[in-house]
Design a protein around this ligand. Sequence first.
Ligand code: ADP
Ligand code: MG
Length: 293
Amino acid sequence: ATPMSLMVGVGKAAERGVLIRNGEALEGAQTLEAIVLDKTGTITRGKPALTDVVALEGFSEKELLNLVAGVERGSEHPLAQAIVDGARERLGDDLPEAKQFQALSGRGVIGRVDDREVRLGNRSLMQEAGIDTAALASEAERLAGEGKTPMYAAVDGKPAGLIAVADTIKEDSVEAIRALRELGLEVIMLTGDNRRTAEAIARQVGIDRVLAEVLPDEKAHQVQKLQMEGKKVAMVGDGVNDAPALAQADVGIAIGTGTDVAIEAADVTLITGSLWGVVYAIEVSRATMRNIR
Ligand code: ADP
Ligand code: MG
């Protein structure tokens, strides 16, 4: 490709809000075979809202929500934001504050609220403390089957209930994912969220390959494994967690409304955050390379 034709391609993409870092990235987009999409913030809006509070015997829903919201005040995770906002709406502004707060990446949070040890997160956060989640399992599966993210709550080492949040799918994700498949690309979802929730969302957007329950520092490794299958892979993501995977991919694509860390690690930035930008990038790349052959 001549530098001139690549520059024209980069300019065309920019007109549609797709910022391509250099000619090399534009050339690379033409060879792609698989597109890996992060779920939260990439396929979905990334602004979850509290939907369900399920309390086991010994707790009222309000008590449980009050305790977990106290712990989540210390976290900057979007799930934490959803729980704190939901609690303020239901209980008022006067939430307790946690002591000895700890955030465990990809698993959840722990803290002391009103002199009780409160733990909220996924199943592994419970398992590592030897907390039995059997009493909550069927309810958690039901919530996840609806595409919600259920989190297990434990108080003083005993299961106390479930908190669920739901995110909404961006309005053009379904159509853009269909267009990617029509371009002949394999589309794969990659997420730290639990399998059942991820599969429910995947079904709604027409994705049939899902890599779920992937820890933040394992995302890049998953991209590498796909590359070892012999594929040219693009990764699309928005979070700090996604940055290493964006760097590992043949083409890293950041959601422009996401974190700066992701944007810095990427070759392409989608200004509006719409997945249509991925489609445009590939179309412009293919057209550019066709013209110069
Ligand atoms: P994602 O890939 O969707 O951004 P993460 O890797 O950040 O997800 O988190 C994976 C899982 O760990 C979440 O689905 C949740 O169950 C649990 N988790 C992480 N952070 C928190 C938190 N602040 N509060 C409760 N649960 C959390
Ligand atoms: Mg994300």
